[in-house]
Write a protein that binds this ligand. Structure first.
Ligand code: NCD
Length: 309
């Protein structure tokens, strides 16, 4: 049993814990595929979704996941809440506890914000992306998508190409994939690779060929223009030319390889339009996996809350 009040990052999740989440998520996905969206494990529970940053797929999929599980769901966009009036995160947490929330799903531009909320709130906190730190449910949905295609994550060669420096998705994937026995290759302009990333277990590649040759998974990551200080690379056109994934580069990967991207994609920058729509592309499958993974995380955290009540 996942013995946790909160899901904040993959950095300290064990192979068993990751395996359990992925197994439950695969089960949820089977139900969803059969058209069964009524799985009331969270009936009578309340979840508040608190987003201090823009989002399409993550916010809506958390909302759908909680609703398919039968929870009452409230959405708060930071601009419309008392946060805009200067309320601190700690006071927001206390207020949401007083309203008897069971779960708080939080996205925040500052790394560590959900950790602070988890400390002060009685509700279980799920990190939906904190600054440049982690995005655990995104990496879990990526891992579920890979596991369904390959059967296992052990020994997979996963090439991640793009803005690693600003990417919480890259970090969570590195932590989770390494724990599950996969190898993570990184390729990006040097200015977009955080110092010490190799010490975390990533293989840093010097060329697109080195990164993609024999890869099982080719994952593009968005150039995060909103977090970019000027000067990390000359221009988007040049980035696309040297680091973008096009059909020719894709041929270097294994014949059974898949292409992934967490979205949103800058079409023609990280991936060409052709690669996005390629038969190897699993981008839409990732979105579907996202609902199942978030259902699994909510169910498992709820099981533990019930167990410790
Ligand atoms: C990612 C995020 O917000 O970290 N998107 C997502 O959740 N699907 C990646 C990104 O913004 O590029």
């Amino acid at each position: 049993m996942l013995k946790r009040k909160d899901l904040l990052g993959l950095i300290d999740l064990t192979e068993e814990e990751l395996g359990e989440i992925l197994d439950v998520a695969a089960d949820m996905k089977r139900h969803l595929r059969d058209g069964d969206k009524n799985l009331p494990y969270l009936k009578g529970k309340t979840a508040t979704i608190l987003f201090y940053e823009n989002s399409t797929r993550t916010r809506t999929s958390f909302e759908l996941a909680a609703k398919y599980l039968g929870a009452t769901v409230i959405n708060i966009a930071a601009g419309t809440s008392s946060v805009a009036k200067g309320e601190t995160l700690v006071d927001t947490g206390k207020t949401l506890d007083a309203q008897l929330n069971d779960f708080l799903v939080m996205r925040h531009p500052m790394g560590g914000a959900p950790y602070l909320l988890a400390k002060v709130a009685k509700a279980g906190v799920l990190n939906a992306g904190d600054g440049m730190n982690e995005h655990p449910t995104q990496a879990l949905l990526d891992m579920l998508t890979m596991k369904e295609h390959f059967g296992s994550l052990k020994g997979l060669e996963v090439a991640i190409v793009g803005d690693i420096k600003h990417s919480r998705v890259a970090k969570s994937n590195l932590f989770g994939l390494k724990t599950m026995g996969a190898n993570v290759r990184i390729f990006a302009p040097e200015t977009l690779i955080p110092k010490g990333f190799d010490k975390l277990g990533a293989t840093i590649c010097k060329s697109k060929e080195e990164a993609l040759d024999g890869a099982d998974v080719v994952m593009g990551l968005r150039i995060q223009l909103e977090r970019q200080q000027a000067g990390n690379f000359p221009s988007l056109n040049e980035y696309a030319h040297f680091y973008g994934i096009e059909g020719k580069a894709l041929k270097l990967a294994k014949p059974n390889a898949i292409v992934m991207h967490p979205g949103p994609v800058n079409r023609g920058v990280e991936l060409t339009g052709k690669v996005i729509d390629h038969e190897k592309s699993r981008i839409e499958e990732q979105v579907f996996s996202g609902i199942a993974v978030r259902m699994a995380c909510l169910k498992l955290l709820n099981d533990y809350r019930e167990y410790t009540k």
